[in-house]
Design a protein around this ligand. Structure first.
Ligand SMILES: Nc1ncnc2c1ncn2[C@@H]1O[C@H](COP(=O)(O)OP(=O)(O)OP(=O)(O)O)[C@@H](O)[C@H]1O
Ligand SMILES: [Zn+2]
Ligand SMILES: [Zn+2]
Length: 809
């Protein structure tokens, strides 16, 4: 007779192409009612025990003999919603990734579980003496080991032995599931009888049990409260529980602690903001709202428009997600949201501990938090009933994940919003070409905030040609113009921001005698110079390799080593040497590694405990300091030199954004841009606040040379310690593509070394493909990729495919 019952298909939590399909398991009767899609399960797979996610459930179906039962359910409730499961399937198709990649991207690492089968004697069983005397038995009793440990120690024969003893009822196997991070709970004390009775009981105890009396009194007042054990010990609480006065309840609690902040009143919207909000409302009310591009100049008050749109969504009973480039970088933004929405906010970002992340995720799943604010991966938050999805600073490259599954949070945002019938808002003072292309193709509507909130003008921007400075004999990092403005600003008691997109002391160490540079022994890249006290150290920004800077050239022996290309550390040093009285802060990767360091710098500068803030692109994102008068760009060229088709766009965006930090409230702003290329269109357009001029030129170049948004890119990257293997894999991929029938207009660029040919001793070769529609090339590209990836796995290398790639190399 064929058994019938419940069968589930499960995606196993394990990387690798082989496992990239669901496997069937039966569900034991007592779990059949509980098992549902999106729940995690434990299953045996081959000789291993693995966790996985239930994808589909079939009830009352025949159970084939070779289908094994699941071992256990990890969750009572799904950790992935049905919509998130559908999203994972879409990601597999859109980004040519495995289901495991997609699920790993969606679900925080805190949900990873480990499980072991332990072997232990059955308590109370009588064990024959000859068995009890064996080494294996003694090992079992002493260690309660994992099954694997038994086999590792005693070899294959132990398998039969364990099976026989289990059969005889001497020992049992038990699954022990360990979550890497537990959901966190706290105890609450809850009153079980009316307040008057509690007060009477308190009186009766006032003398002989004063602590109990105090607790009863407190509970009579508030009804329930979190159990603070330092106040009421178990000796106080337990007798009251026993006598039926109160109960102890476990309730979920978030480990994330908020700094208490005052709730803030909403400001009255300006006319311009009100108009923008009206348009957004109108769009949000459509049956398929689509996307709005909120193009608002720096300081135009986009955040307030976001907040009002969210209030609308909440009023309609919906939820909202707000993405910011990297939340650790925008403490001000989170602060403002918290001040308005309080505990209704959940925050997700990389600086949270795994436990905090898990708690926030649980709060969203339980529906306690209706607004999620977070960095890229927050786009996957398990919200129900999404009404609004906001992507702030939409132009930021960090929305694209550079590792598998290589998703772009902006694409995911639009896809999810569409599923829910929610509105997506892309906000920026410098919308990307991609966003504007959506408007051109009528896939998005443009909403503008053309002026600043307080009607302050955008800052006046001066361009200084650094070649003229050199000719005039000024070898300092600061042009005469910038030096003068720094002094004026300091004299007026206002603040300065100095921007340079390069951390460290200098970008390279070079010998003036023979021209030899210092390179990383493991990567094809120059070592960056850092200051450590009085000494200089050479550091690789790609692999972390470090050495002391040599005093003499390792190639020719001359004592002629010289640091080239300024970095933020050098500006700091030079600034302090020139103006010893100025109080200086520096904000870059190196000064913000420690948790909380970044917020501390922002707070200090906000409270005017410093006159000058030096920083990399970190300081260009959304910061709002009312007392900044001067912004100085030390070298606009660092961003133009990057070999990237987006270099001009990046330059324009960063210059506009950083200039936009000046003159936001109390004072008119001044910006000085130092450059060796004063005629470059991106620099000129940024200086003139002429977005249309920049856009026309850049759009034309992209169209002529065929780059996004006029096509999409897919980049295959093969890496291996052996250069021949890496090159061979890329070449194979290229051949496979050329052999296939690809739509006309598809361009395959020849296999070539990637921008940096070697990182961490691994050679990197790539193939770039340009195409119009992913769906038209997907089958061919995906098949070629899987073939090459399989081969590379066998050769001990790696291979990845970046679909809709933002960068090449
Ligand atoms: N209606 C309003 N009335 C008064 N002040 C406002 C109003 N709206 C916004 N502000 C204030 O104006 C300042 C700038 O707003 P906000 O930071 O949102 O600008 P933004 O558009 O995000 O700029 P950026 O793109 O440069 O980050 C903030 O200090 C904000 O509190
Ligand atoms: Zn030399
Ligand atoms: Zn290196």
């Amino acid at each position: 007779m064929i058994k019938t019952g419940t069968v589930v298909s499960v995606f196993i939590d394990s990387p690798g192409l082989f496992l990239d399909k669901p496997f069937d398991y039966s569900v034991p009767e007592h779990l059949a009612d509980v098992a549902g899609p999106g729940q995690r399960v434990f299953v045996s797979f081959g000789h291993q025990y693995k966790s996985g996610v239930i994808w589909q459930v079939q009830n009352d179906v025949p159970i084939p003999d070779n289908v094994k039962p699941i071992l256990d359910l990890i969750d009572e409730h799904p950790v992935l919603t049905a919509e998130q499961c559908a999203l994972a399937e879409w990601m597999c198709a859109r980004y040519a990734c495995t289901m495991n990649d997609a699920i790993t991207a969606i679900l925080p690492g805190a949900f990873r579980v480990k499980g072991d089968i332990r072997v232990e004697p059955v308590p109370g069983a009588t064990i024959p003496d000859d068995i009890a005397a064996t080494d294996i038995w003694r090992f079992l009793c002493d260690n309660k080991p994992t099954e694997r440990a038994v086999y590792d120690r005693f070899g294959k024969p132990a398998r039969a032995q364990v099976a026989a003893w289990e059969e005889a009822g001497y020992l049992r196997r038990r699954l022990v599931v360990k979550e890497e991070v537990q959901a966190s709970e706290v105890s609450w004390l809850v009153r079980l009888r009316p307040a008057e009775e509690l007060l009477d009981a308190a009186k009766a105890r006032a003398k002989r049990a004063a602590k109990q009396a105090r607790l009863l009194q407190a509970l009579a007042d508030v009804g329930e409260m979190e159990w603070v054990r330092s106040e009421y010990s178990p000796a106080t609480v337990q007798p009251l529980v026993r006598d039926g006065w109160l109960a102890i309840e476990l309730r979920p609690k978030s480990r994330l602690k908020w700094a208490q902040k005052q709730q803030v009143e909403a400001p009255e919207l300006t006319d311009v903001q009100a108009r923008a909000l009206a348009r957004i409302r109108e769009q949000a009310a459509q049956p398929e709202p689509g996307t709005a591009i909120l193009f608002g100049v720096t300081g135009s008050g986009k955040t307030e428009v976001y907040i009002r749109s969210i209030e609308d969504a909440l009023a309609r009973g919906k939820t909202a997600i707000v993405l910011v480039p990297e939340i650790a970088l925008t403490p001000q933004m989170v602060g403002r949201f918290y001040a308005r929405f309080g505990e209704r906010i959940a925050v997700l970002h990389s600086a949270l501990t795994a436990g905090e992340r898990r708690d926030e995720w649980d709060r969203i799943l339980r529906g306690e938090a209706s607004i999620v604010i977070g960095a890229r991966s927050a786009v996957f938050a398990p919200v129900a009933n999404l009404g609004l999805l906001i992507v702030d600073e939409e132009h930021e490259p960090s929305y694209k994940q550079e590792e598998a599954p290589h998703y772009d949070a902006r694409d995911v945002a639009r896809h999810r919003a569409q599923w829910f019938g929610a509105l997506t808002i892309f906000g920026s003072a410098t919308p990307s070409l991609t966003a504007l292309h959506l408007v051109e193709r009528k896939e998005a509507r443009m909403v503008t905030l053309p002026v600043r909130v307080n009607s302050r003008p955008l800052p006046a921007v001066d361009i200084v040609d650094m070649r003229d400075e050199l000719r005039a004999g000024n070898k300092s990092l600061f042009s005469a113009r910038l030096a003068e403005e720094i002094e004026t600003t300091a004299a007026r008691g206002e603040q300065v921001i100095l921007f340079l997109n390069r951390r460290g002391y200098a970008s390279a160490m070079l010998c003036r005698a023979c021209g030899e540079g210092m390179h990383c022994p493991h990567c094809d890249i120059s070592l960056t110079v850092h200051r450590a006290g009085a000494d200089l150290r050479l550091v690789c920004h790609y692999c972390g390799y470090e050495e002391a800077s040599p005093t003499a050239c390792p190639a020719c022996g001359e004592r002629a080593m010289r640091a080239l290309g300024i970095g933020t550390e050098q500006i700091e040093q030079s600034l302090k040497a020139t103006w010893p009285d100025l109080r200086v802060l520096r904000m870059d990767v190196d000064t913000t590694r420690k948790k909380g360091a970044l917020k501390q710098i922002v707070d200090q500068f906000e409270q005017r405990a410093a006159d000058v803030l030096i920083g990399t692109q970190m300081i260009a994102k959304g910061l709002d300091f009312p007392h900044v008068r001067l912004v100085g760009v030390i070298a606009a060229d660092t961003m133009l030199e990057v070999p990237d088709y987006r270099a001009s766009e990046r330059t324009f965006q960063l210059l506009t954004q950083v200039a936009g930090r000046a003159g936001r409230a109390e004072t008119d702003g001044v910006t000085v841009i130092q450059t060796y290329r004063p005629d470059h269109f991106a620099v000129l357009a940024a200086a003139r606040h002429d977005f249309p001029a920049f856009y026309r030129e850049e759009r034309m170049q992209r169209e002529v040379f065929s780059y996004p948004p006029f096509c999409e890119l897919a980049v295959l990257l093969a890496t291996h310690t052996n250069e021949v293997v890496a090159r061979g894999a890329a070449a194979r991929f290229e051949r496979e593509l050329r052999r296939a029938q690809l739509p006309e207009g598809t361009v395959i660029l020849p296999a070539s070394p990637s921008g940096i040919r070697r990182i961490e001793d691994k050679y990197r070769y790539q193939v770039v493909l340009k195409y119009q529609r992913w769906d038209d090339v997907r089958n061919v590209v995906d098949a070629a990729f899987r073939l090459v990836k399989q081969r590379m796995n066998e050769y001990g290398g790696a291979c990845r495919l970046d679909v809709n790639a933002q960068r090449i190399g």
